[in-house]
Design a binder for this molecule. Sequence first.
Ligand code: 5SP
Length: 207
Amino acid sequence: MAGLCGSFKACHCCTARIGPSVLDCDTAMLATEAARALRAGADYLHLDVMDGNFVPAISFGANVIGKLRAHHPKVFFDCHMMVAKPEEQVEQVAQAKAIHPDTKKNLLQFTFHIETTKSRGKTQEVIDLVKQNGMLVGLALNPATPVEHVLPYLDQVDMALVMTVVPGKGGQSFMVDMMEKVRHVRAKYPEKVCSRELVALEIFRCG
Ligand SMILES: O=C(CO)[C@@H](O)[C@H](O)COP(=O)(O)O
C-alpha cells in the first residue's frame, strides 16, 4: 500500500498531521464542535471560507474565525480561502493571529487559490500581503489546475493544498488521480504538500 508520498515503503514523509474541516459540523456550535474534533485527535483545524462567488456556497468569514480564535488560542488554523478576491480578506483574517505561548509557532495560515490570482497577475502580490500581515501562506490548486501553475511559488509558501475534491462542498469522493500532483510536489518539497482528503484515505487504509 502506498504511503502519503506515493512510496511503497514507510518513510519520513509519511508522518501525517490531521486537520479536519469543520465545514459540515453544526456551525451554530462551532467552538464546541472544534473542541470535539481536537479532543478526537485533530492536530489543527481546516477552516473553509466560501464567498458565494469563487464557489456557489457561502460558509463563514473572517469575523467567525476571529471569534473562534478566542475559544482556541493555542490551535493552528489553516484558513482555506475559497474566495474570488483573497487580497480583500487578508487584513480581516489576520485579526485571528496568534503565537503559541510555548512553541512560539505562528498559529494562522491563509491559504488562497491560484485560480483567483494567476489570471489577474496577482499571485506574488497576495503572497507578499499575507506575509506582511504576519500569517503563513498556503497555495491551493483545484483538481483541474495543472501543478505547474503553483510550482514557481512553492519556494515562498508554507504549504501547497492539492485539492482532491472540487472546492465548494463537503462529503465528496476522493479523486485518487490527484495523487500524481501530490507526488510531484512532494518530490521537491516533502514537508509542504497537504491534501486533507489524502490523509483521511490513508487513515482508512491503515484501519
Ligand atoms: O475544501 C473543501 C471543499 O471545498 C474541503 O475542505 C471539504 O469541505 C471537506 O469536507 P469533507 O470532505 O470532510 O466532507
